[in-house]
Design a protein. Structure first.
Length: 185
């Protein structure tokens, strides 16, 4: 029995590490359009949640965040370091953690109901937007509405497209992993 638990733990840690690596690869890819760049971090987080479930997917984001905080350039624009939390995107980096938990809760509970999973991604992203907008307003000395206009409105359509991609690709990958015996839940 103990041998099986060790294999399960190694498999789970490996899956978390692989998805953290995926986030590390997609996270730095960004398109600068202003103070806040278009980033693929949220797409990677949505996929990690779909593939691994809430707990392990959120852990993969935490691993990514810690890798970036120690200075490895995995954040948008190939940046890293703890100073990134104090810059304009710091609130979004923290918000992604809450986004992962909220999205994960919906995806785990409503696996076969794509509309509810999509709703969970929208809700989680809204929470991320709130954290990011509040921090951007504080850090840049902007009003909340000015920060909303700079840090959220230009990204709405793109983020909806990323959610749609995750809703299409995520369940397929998840079910293939279950079929392969990697049990994504």
């Amino acid at each position: 029995m103990e041998q099986k638990n060790v294999r399960t733990n190694i498999r789970e840690m490996s899956l978390i590490a692989v998805m953290a690596a995926v986030i590390c690869v997609l996270g730095p890819l960004s398109v600068p359009i202003g103070v806040i760049p278009i980033s693929f971090t949220n797409l990677a987080v949505y996929l990690a949640i779909y593939v691994l479930g809430c707990k392990r997917g959120t852990l993969s984001y935490v691993v990514y965040l810690l890798i970036g905080l120690v200075g490895v350039p995995v954040f948008s624009g190939f940046t890293g370091g703890i100073g990134k939390l104090f810059g304009p995107t710091g609130g979004y980096l923290i918000g992604f953690l809450f986004m992962a938990v909220i999205c994960g809760w919906f995806i785990d509970r409503f696996d076969c109901k794509l509309a509810l999973s999509f709703f969970g991604m929208v809700l989680g992203t809204i929470v991320c937007y709130i954290f990011g907008t509040a921090w951007l307003a504080y850090q840049a000395g902007m009003t909340f509405y000015a920060a909303l206009a700079a840090g959220v409105l230009p990204f709405l359509v793109g983020d909806l497209v990323k959610m749609a991609i995750a809703v299409i690709v995520g369940p397929q990958v998840r079910h293939q992993m279950i079929r392969a015996g990697l049990n994504a839940k």
